[in-house]
Design a protein around this ligand. Sequence first.
Ligand code: ADP
Ligand code: MG
Length: 375
Amino acid sequence: MEKWIGIVGGGQLGRMLANAAHELGFKVAILEAAPGSPAGLVADREIIGRVTEEAGIHELANMSDHMTFEIESADAHTLRELTRAGFDINPSAETLEIIKDKFRQKEFLRAHDIPVADFALIESVDDAKRQAEIFGYPFLLKARFGAYDGRGNRVIRREEDIAAAFAELSSSPLYAERFVPFMKELSVVVVRGKKGEEKNYPVVETIHENNICHMVIAPAEIDGAIRTRAEEIAGRVIAHLKGVGVFAVEMFMTEDGDVVVNEIAPRVHNSGHHSIEGCETSQFENHIRAISGMPLGSTALKAPVAVMVNILGDRTGMAEPRGIEEAESLSGVHVHIYGKVETRPERKMGHITALGDTHSETIARATEARKRISI
Ligand SMILES: Nc1ncnc2c1ncn2[C@@H]1O[C@H](COP(=O)(O)OP(=O)(O)O)[C@@H](O)[C@H]1O
Ligand SMILES: [Mg+2]
């Protein structure tokens, strides 16, 4: 009998989840506001509707054996009611409710003694000015809701930046956060199955430019004590969250060798894309395995090093991917294009994974592959 996976959201994460679900024999339905989304293009059924509204989520639930989401803006209230009504939805809607509000998420982490940067709710420009006296410059203003890929963050370097940030981020309430002068950014992707079993992917380093992820290096080049600390903290974070599936914990490694949590994603994550070619079982396959009650696969790396580079748009217009063959002519290089019709500056259009034996050589090859591609 056919079994259906329902995914709230039609972006590239949904697309890669759908591909993994197909390989395990599932049919896939997705919910997205417009037809032809990255996930819609590969799904068996596209439901057109907003991820923030009840109607489409109900329709998706009614045809799904197991349901999940690929975006934090998914309507947590509706997902919670459907869970109460007996639908199988993971990770839990309660988890989504905590995480989708970045301020509440930080309070939750602090309440569980997880190390985080100081933060404070602010309601006005004057509030922010007062907070700046406590935090000093630079500090960050962050949107509580709907932020992703750096779009909800502003680094405030002087008092004059505050009003501009308020104007630009005005669609969401804000909070302030102390700037962390980090040495590296790290991420741990963890998967939990229905029997409670947990596995984590090797700790990776993520490199952001302009607050958006450009490169992921697996495994991170860090000493054993930091690796253990990052894994331990990720484990503690996940232990407080309900539901099964993949979670990612983004962290800062500080100058004094400590680890501070930046944010949690209750879903597959950009810092796990290299796992498609680089690990025994990809994060996408393990997520589908988890939510459908199958045993989890190994998260071990298959090559000594895997490097992922995002293909970000650099102009506004119709996407015209070029140079894929030239990039893939480099050994161990795999190119993924998400099928987005329009490109925009810093929009995630695809990614490259390079596998290799050493960090420096694999980073160089991934960088060269990226240069060969234009969108
Ligand atoms: N408190 C901070 N101190 C220094 N850099 C930060 C801080 N918060 C965020 N950043 C930088 O901005 C990036 C994006 O911020 P994040 O809060 O993770 O938002 P997003 O939801 O866009 O990923 C981080 O990966 C990091 O590079
Ligand atoms: Mg982030």
